[in-house]
Design a protein around this ligand. Structure first.
Ligand code: DGL
Length: 279
């Protein structure tokens, strides 16, 4: 696999690799950059496999593991941020077992902080259908939120809608409302007060969710916490200048469209090229 941005990255610093099925991981990347301005980033979008939410588990796990065989060999990152709940809840343990030398920081549904903060005891987790099915997610509920009523809402369409939204397409209020409505429960005078955004695509639409919500709730976005965790793992490099040659995005399809390219530029990322053999 080759990467052809044209620049030659500084050899003194390894990059931080941020991975998602699409552009949702940018919600994590933007926080990571604020916290680690001295670091160079490589953003990988497995858009050829998007959306991950509907994949069967064994096939998706194999895909992610073989993709990381290539990614680690090609980019030799310092740390990998798996900015995708659907991927990390499925393949996080397998990635750590297969690549024990690499540090993986993962995104998982923020069920623990939600359980600590809720006042009504009614919490909803808005995620992909894959994430709500995972044993990992059920275990989080059992370990940290057994005292709460947690509703898991697996949305078939929201990741695609968020991609379209961030690219500037119009999405109808009715369509969004149909996806988020199941999060809102009223029970014995109590109401849902926290909705966990358990897909990294969703924070892009948080303002729309707020506007359409039947009542105000706390929309919990763990992006900043994930970025902090990555910073803790890497350590700080305060005296080092931002390196040349990183800060690019690679799409496994090899064909990000014009709007996507422009979006990446807005996040300060050039477009790198995936070799045909990336998968
Ligand atoms: N951004 C991904 C997540 O956090 C999922 C989107 C998809 O379905 O591929 O779960």
């Amino acid at each position: 696999m080759t990467e052809t941005t044209g620049d030659s990255p500084s050899l003194t610093q390894k990059p931080v690799l941020v991975f998602d099925s699409g552009i949702g991981g940018l919600t994590v990347l933007r926080e990571a950059r604020v916290l680690m301005p001295e670091r160079g980033f490589i953003y990988i979008a497995d858009d050829a496999g998007f959306p991950y939410g509907g994949w069967e588990e064994a096939g998706l796990k194999d895909r992610i593991l073989s993709l990381f065989d290539r990614l680690l060999e090609t980019y030799n990152p310092e740390v990998c941020i798996i900015a995708c709940n659907t991927a990390f809840t499925l393949a996080g343990a397998a990635l750590r077992a297969r690549f024990p030398e690499m540090t993986f920081v993962g995104t998982v549904p923020a069920i623990k902080p939600a359980a600590e903060r809720t006042r009504s005891g009614l919490v909803s987790v808005l995620a992909t259908p894959g994430t709500v099915k995972r044993a990992y997610t059920r275990d989080l509920i059992q370990s940290f939120a057994s005292q709460c009523h947690v509703r898991l809402v697996g949305s078939e369409n929201l990741a695609r809608m968020a991609e379209a939204w961030i690219r500037g397409e119009t999405i109808s209020d009715e369509a969004v409302l149909a996806e988020i409505s199941p999060c809102f429960i009223e029970e014995e005078g109590r109401r849902t007060d926290i909705v966990v955004l358990a897909c990294t695509h969703y924070p892009f639409m948080a303002n729309v969710f707020r506007r359409l919500a039947p009542w105000p709730v706390d929309w919990l976005d763990p992006a900043e916490a994930i970025a902090r965790q990555a910073k803790r793992k890497i350590g700080s490099m305060e005296s080092v200048d931002h390196p040349e040659g990183f800060d690019f995005a690679v799409f496994t399809s090899g064909q990000p469209d014009f709007t996507t390219r422009r979006l990446m530029q807005g996040f300060g990322l050039k477009i790198g090229q995936a070799s045909p053999g990336m998968l």
